[in-house]
Design a protein around this ligand. Structure first.
Ligand code: HEC
Length: 316
């Protein structure tokens, strides 16, 4: 049960990123409404119910994963590139679809569909990942511009993330222990970095608190295990999902492309402003409209505690 609960939290976090990427409707739409969901979905509130929320979370996640985002949802990024760091296109306007530099599809399911939702995909849905996640718009498949990659299956990815988190905790505990030993003995302390039978080299802690990481292998200097993408450079499904939403669909998650970071409620200039920020007040989530008054308040509100609270909720 503990594992299922942990996995549901991972899923909820990634789905929260999906949910937070599109605009909340002002009112429920009619049958002609082309938005995927007519109102904001509060995943945090649902997940707060604990393990009993898992079936509902899975259903919502399935619906979001298969949803075909439209321009009414804010799909498309006319003035932003596919780069993972919010980057404006320097000149011109992106096409609504580009098989190479994207946006290249309406839904996650468009590629991750074989043999089930969240699976791999046909060759025809391969992605052209631009070198170094740069911002270039490219129109040929030359490998100096992009690497062609086949769709990775996501089944079981929540558990992979949890496993990586446990290994990260192990490695960082080993480092902390070595630092404490070096301090206590006033001598260098060497430690082997091993977690779950996997060896990541070794480190040496010095009595002054510095750590020699020259012999660390297979993990970054911060000792965070990053299991996702072909090269293993992303730590969480949430982080990857935010990249995918922008690159493939032009759906920008507020937590990376929103006003706090870019100064804009519509960084990609798709014509649809951000989802309204979710704020928890008196244990009840309240979604407030984005407007000039609110924007002004957000800019002038520089209290770090408010920013930290917003960050921890992942739904801004
Ligand atoms: C156009 C096809 C395509 C679409 C659409 C697409 N993906 Fe992917 N996905 C890929 C490919 C290709 C990779 C491998 C990329 C790499 O390794 O650089 C991938 C990798 C991933 C990974 C990393 C998996 C791992 O084990 O490393 C995640 C997570 C993911 N996609 C989630 C999503 C989500 C969520 C969406 C929708 C918001 C989505 N993808 C939409 C093709 C696609």
């Amino acid at each position: 049960m503990k594992r299922r609960r942990g996995q549901s939290v991972v899923l909820a976090a990634a789905l929260g990123a999906l949910a937070c990427a599109f605009a909340a409707g002002v009112a429920a739409g009619g049958s002609w409404d082309e938005r995927v969901f007519a109102s904001h979905l509060d995943f945090d509130a649902l997940a707060a119910a604990g393990p009993s929320a898992l079936p509902a979370l899975i259903e919502r996640g399935r619906a979001l994963f298969k949803a075909k985002f439209t321009t009414a949802d804010g799909a498309g990024r006319p003035k932003a590139t596919q780069a993972i760091i919010p980057t404006k296109r320097k000149t011109g306007v992106n096409l609504p679809f580009s098989r190479l530099s994207g946006p290249d599809s309406n839904s996650c399911f468009g590629c991750h569909n074989d043999p089930i939702e969240g699976g791999s995909g046909d060759n025809v849905a391969n992605v052209f990942v631009s070198e170094g996640f740069e911002s270039a718009q490219f129109d040929n498949t030359d490998s100096s511009f992009s690497s062609e990659r086949h769709t990775i299956s996501l089944t079981g990815a929540g558990l992979v993330e949890l496993l990586a988190r446990e290994m990260t905790a192990d490695l960082q505990a080993i480092r902390a222990d070595a630092v404490a030993r070096a301090y206590a003995t006033a001598a260098d302390a060497r430690a082997d970095l091993v977690s779950k039978g996997v060896r990541f080299g070794s480190l040496v802690a010095h009595p002054d608190g510095t750590v020699d990481l020259d012999s660390v292998e297979g993990v970054d200097a911060d000792l965070i295990v990053r299991p996702f993408s072909r090269k293993g450079v992303f730590a969480s499904l949430r982080q990857f999902t935010i990249n995918a939403l922008n690159a493939h669909h032009g759906m920008e998650a507020v937590e990376r492309f929103g006003v706090r970071w870019t100064g804009s409620h519509d960084f990609a200039e798709s014509g649809v402003p951000d989802a309204r920020p979710c704020r928890r007040r008196r244990r009840r989530p309240i979604c407030r409209t984005t407007g000039a008054r609110r924007r002004k308040k957000a800019r002038s509100n520089s209290r770090p505690s408010a920013a930290a609270r917003a960050t921890s909720r992942g739904c801004r």
